[in-house]
Design a protein around this ligand. Structure first.
Ligand code: GLU
Length: 287
């Protein structure tokens, strides 16, 4: 029987214009898809409806086409699939692996207080001190009925007990040399899997979508390397397959900061408006 061709995806968030770092990641996806004889998908990770806008999405598509990329359609827009994430969230909650959390950031800082050396997650946020973890069902219902909004957190201890501690993934890095990485999901503590303002999270949506879209090879920046530990845990809990991961280095500015909207990285459209050709842009980042 012939094996299905590999499936890759570029998954930007349409909350701004693409910069060189995005182009680099998209081109790496494209190159690996070609090398493997695979398919390339484009996914709009637009769960944050306040920040993600249709005009950014249109601009992303235009910029990617200008760069010479092509992908299969239809493009999956996460905002159209909140019900897919809700099913999995309910699944985790019903199994006692997730719980509602009513804390604001301020509540969390107050609960931690002046305790020194409080552990932080790989993104730098303090680990959740567990305030809402042992709240009784009646109190949870009362708060929800009174209109309090809640995030949903993974109960890390229970999740690890259920998934077992031997989690890992196949990491190919950027030179396609495979190694086995041991996942360390506990570093994330009771991570948020559905936000207060959005009925899902990046972590939950990405594992659900990668599975639904049969993604076999995830090519993305190394800033998401640590998040992969949490993704693997969610995949095991939800009985979803594990893709291969290919984390690549990030493009940085002269000061050494990774290119991002917050460091005001120049957008591809600005470079284009300044007269750069697609071939020049590609060559400037090694393609
Ligand atoms: N949407 C994420 C981003 O723009 C990428 C997620 C992923 O590739 O897993 O950073």
């Amino acid at each position: 029987m012939r094996e299905d061709p590999p499936v890759l995806r570029f998954a930007p968030s349409p909350n701004g214009y693409l910069h060189l770092g995005h182009a680099f990641s998209a081109l790496r996806n494209d190159r690996l898809a070609r090398d493997l004889g695979g398919r390339l998908l484009l996914r709009m990770e637009n769960i944050d409806l306040d920040r993600c806008k249709p005009h950014f999405e249109a601009a992303i598509i235009e910029d990617l086409k200008w760069l010479g990329l092509a992908w299969e359609t239809p493009v999956r827009r996460q905002s159209e699939y909140f019900s897919d994430y809700a099913v999995q969230l309910e699944n985790l909650s019903a199994r006692g692996l997730a719980y509602p959390c009513f804390c604001s950031r301020g509540d969390i800082s107050r609960a931690i207080g002046a305790r020194r050396g409080w552990q932080r997650d790989p993104d730098g946020a303090p680990l959740y001190p567990g305030t809402c973890k042992h709240m009784g069902d009646a109190e949870r219902r009362r708060r929800i009925a009174s209109g309090q909004s809640a995030a949903v957190r993974l109960d890390m201890e229970r999740a690890l007990a259920e998934a077992g501690s031997l989690l890992g993934w196949r990491e190919f890095g950027e030179h396609s040399v495979a190694r086995d990485v041991t996942a360390e999901p506990a570093l994330w503590g009771d991570a948020i899997i559905a936000r207060r303002d959005v009925p899902t999270s990046y972590h939950l949506s990405v594992v659900v979508d990668d599975a639904l879209q049969n993604v076999s090879d995830v090519v993305r920046g190394e800033d998401l390397f640590s998040a992969t530990s949490l993704h693997r845990l969610l995949q095991v809990l939800l009985d979803l397959p594990a893709p291969n991961y290919h984390h690549h280095h990030l493009l940085r500015d002269r000061a050494g900061h990774k290119l991002s909207k917050s460091t005001k990285a120049k957008s591809i459209r600005t470079m284009r408006a300044e007269g750069m050709s697609a071939a020049q842009l590609r060559a400037s980042i090694g393609f």
